[in-house]
Design a protein. Structure first.
Ligand SMILES: Nc1ncnc2c1ncn2[C@@H]1O[C@H](COP(=O)(O)OP(=O)(O)OP(=O)(O)O)[C@@H](O)[C@H]1O
Length: 261
């Protein structure tokens, strides 16, 4: 039985840890090489990308996720969207989550943009007909009419991101997950994307936004968590958390510098 109350919580994260295990070839030292006759040695490296993170997300929350490179933000988004199973702890999600295509998961570069729209839509739980009905709108929003039948490997990174964003926001998600969406595309697209997110915020149960632009976080979110080296450092209002984070990284409060974090 879920302990999540359908009426007021969209997401509950309890004691979540995610550990990546990678193996690598250890470079043999001369002595090792001689005694082990030059055989390479496999070693396992564990990366504790998230460590005992807990938080609740009430309906109506636009949650910003901030933190330095490698803090665990994308890992958290992957775990929330169900792509990555928790190593420990649990995640309860109440509603349909938008596909996380902007992370490079879900799109197949050998297929056309149009075929990838269908894949993304199916991944987010829509029927083929529902997705096909929206394909033109998705394409138009991404300004990709001319290119939509070309394989995605021929797209620029901006075109790729615009399509990812457009698919994510047109699938009527209950929970909208956006990773670095504001850095997708050019200035014109950024403005359009920000307006779309503000509109969706009204309808979606919750929104998660990972961004290095603290100005965007401040503008679009009403709640913020700050991750650092896999740990939850702080949860609070955008003003409070951004102030603490800025103090932590010791850059002062110049808006120009804030934008560059
Ligand atoms: N597939 C993976 N395999 C192994 N380690 C990984 C993998 N993905 C991420 N990591 C590691 O997990 C940690 C958290 O990475 P993550 O991408 O979640 O951080 P982030 O906060 O999103 O960073 P950024 O701001 O640079 O995007 C990092 O130490 C990273 O090297």
């Amino acid at each position: 039985m879920s302990s999540l109350s359908a009426s007021d919580l969209s997401v509950k994260v309890e004691d979540l840890s995610v550990t990546y295990r990678t193996t690598f070839e250890r470079v043999p030292t001369l002595k090792n090489a001689v005694t082990r006759l030059g055989r390479g040695q496999r070693a396992v490296r564990e990366i504790h990308a998230l460590q005992h993170v807990s938080f609740d997300v009430p309906d109506g929350t636009a949650l910003g996720i901030i933190g330095n490179n490698g803090a665990g933000k994308s890992t958290l988004m992957r775990a929330l969207s169900g792509i990555l199973p928790p190593t420990e702890g649990r995640i309860e999600v109440n509603g349909r989550v938008s596909p996380l295509l902007s992370l490079g998961v879900g799109f197949n570069a050998n297929l056309s943009g149009r075929e990838n729209i269908v894949l993304g839509g199916l991944a987010s739980g829509l029927s083929r007909k529902e997705v096909q009905d929206r394909a033109d709108e998705v394409t138009a929003f991404a300004d990709l009419e001319e290119f939509i039948d070309a394989p995605m490997r021929t797209y620029s990174s901006g075109m790729y991101s615009r399509l990812a964003f457009s698919v994510a926001v047109h699938m009527d998600p209950d929970i909208l997950m956006i990773d670095e969406a504001l850095s997708a595309g050019d200035a014109n697209f950024k403005t359009k994307a920000a307006a779309k997110m503000a509109e969706l915020r009204e309808n979606a149960r919750a929104m998660f936004l990972v961004s290095h632009s603290l100005a965007s976080i401040q503008q679009l979110c009403n709640d913020v968590i700050w991750l650092h080296k896999g740990k939850l450092m702080m949860r609070g209002t955008p003003d409070d958390v951004i102030a603490e984070y800025t103090r932590f990284v010791n850059v002062g409060s110049s808006a120009v510098i804030l934008e560059d974090l």
